[in-house]
Write a protein that binds this ligand. Structure first.
Ligand SMILES: *Cc1c(COP(=O)(O)O)cnc(C)c1O
Length: 393
């Protein structure tokens, strides 16, 4: 893995294609930090659905496997198959959305474990998988208040009384999902914890798993035997409480400057003439737009601020409407004029504020980045380690 060095020759032979810079070193550090936080008796599983939140399931899966991760969650069986081909046979891969008749061959072929979210899904799984002894184990998902997927109280009654069905299902994990984990003060957290314990007592199944990555910060009672980290593997600001955010951002969308121009006071910019220059300004047109994951909701008009990129260490506001392949930035305040091919950086360390300025959440920004970008995986060194005094000669 090469060390990241800034590309000083960008303007000499630049590309018009955006690049997604993905720091696998930071990803690995994030995994280790979460593992340190929960302690060695709790497993940190990786939730890497949606192509690993847009970063690329294969490189992310391999990196996490290399960091010691042996439990993975994806959303669909197709995602599970890709991951299985990448990481080999020795890890568990759970499919969160649960089994459906047309996906069963994928479960069998790639040894995927379905998450059973309803009594009906349990029936589908049993009626389509044939002989019990060849059936992969499954997980039971209890709904504890989200009213999204998960066994309802009625499902729990029916299933816990049906010993034969339970025996055939071979559940090997029991889980639920928190609705308000980033907010420590929410009473939902304790309420869901209590419901989870009560429901889990009806099924003699271990391990138990409740917390997603923000849920880890809620403390020991929420960890059980396994936590399921997603966003915390890739990003810093995962809870509302800055002190609890122990991970770092891993992804930047880099868009090259294709043209700069000076616009006069009163001129309009871009589609719908959404922005009228209130004074003369210098703008840069960069080669990435909403097709690359910069949301249209990051657009600005002359009476509403939008999102921003970072150039020369400074925020440069998005001007006018974000186009499919292009975005305009106000670079009037930059110290030196950018050269063609210089990069404007989106998201990166500004992921949370960029998402907020765009009226959305970091999860959506990440999963939409980079369908067209070149992916540049690198590995940063990270902050210096504390000196290890033990074992020094
Ligand atoms: C996506 C997901 C996770 C991971 O959540 P993060 O907030 O990204 O850590 C965990 N569990 C379930 C059921 C999920 O759907």
């Amino acid at each position: 893995m090469s060390r990241h060095t800034p590309d000083k020759t960008a303007s000499a032979a630049y590309s018009a294609r955006p690049t997604l810079k993905i720091d696998l070193g930071a990803l690995k550090r994030n995994y280790m930090r979460l593992q340190d936080n929960v302690g060695r008796h709790v497993k940190v599983a990786a939730s890497i659905k949606a192509n690993a939140y847009g970063l690329g399931a294969e490189r992310v899966g391999k990196t996490l496997y290399g960091a010691g991760c042996r439990n993975f969650f994806v959303a669909t069986a197709g995602e599970g198959k890709i991951l299985r081909n990448t990481i080999g046979d020795t890890a568990s891969i759970y499919v969160l959305n649960g089994p459906a008749p047309r996906d069963i061959s994928l479960y069998n072929g790639a040894e995927l474990k379905p998450v059973i979210n309803s009594f009906e899904q349990a029936q589908v799984w049993l009626s389509t998988t044939g002989e019990a002894r060849r059936r992969p184990a499954c997980a039971l998902h209890i709904d504890t208040g989200m009213n999204r997927l998960g066994l309802t109280d009625e499902d729990i009654d029916r299933l816990s009384r049906n010993k034969k069905m339970l025996e055939q299902l071979v559940p090997m994990l029991i889980m639920s999902h928190l609705a308000c984990a980033p907010d420590k003060t929410s009473s939902m957290n304790a309420a869901q914890l209590a419901r989870f314990k009560k429901a889990a007592a009806r099924f003699p199944v271990m391990p138990m798993s409740l917390a997603n990555s923000p849920g880890i910060a809620l403390g020991k009672p929420y960890h059980f035997q396994m936590v399921r980290a997603g966003l915390g593997l890739f990003a810093k600001d995962i809870t509302n409480n800055a002190d609890d955010n122990i991970t770092e951002n891993t992804v930047s969308l880099m868009a090259p400057v294709l043209q700069t121009r000076v616009v006069k006071k009163g001129e309009s910019l871009g589609y719908n003439a959404a922005y009228i220059a209130p004074h003369p300004m210098t703008i840069a047109i960069v080669g990435a737009g909403y097709a690359d994951g910069i949301p249209v909701t990051a657009s600005s008009s002359h009476n509403a601020l939008g999102g921003f990129a970072r150039m020369q260490g400074k925020h440069v506001p998005i001007i006018g409407r974000v186009s499919m392949d292009l975005t305009m930035l106000n670079i009037t305040d930059l110290r030196r004029p950018p050269q063609l091919g210089d990069w404007a950086e989106f998201a990166g360390r500004d992921l949370l504020s960029f998402a907020k300025a765009s009226g959305t959440i970091p999860y959506e920004i990440l999963t939409r980045l980079g369908s067209r970008s070149r992916r540049d995986y690198f590995s940063s060194d990270g902050p210096p380690r504390k000196p290890n005094k033990i074992g020094r000669s």
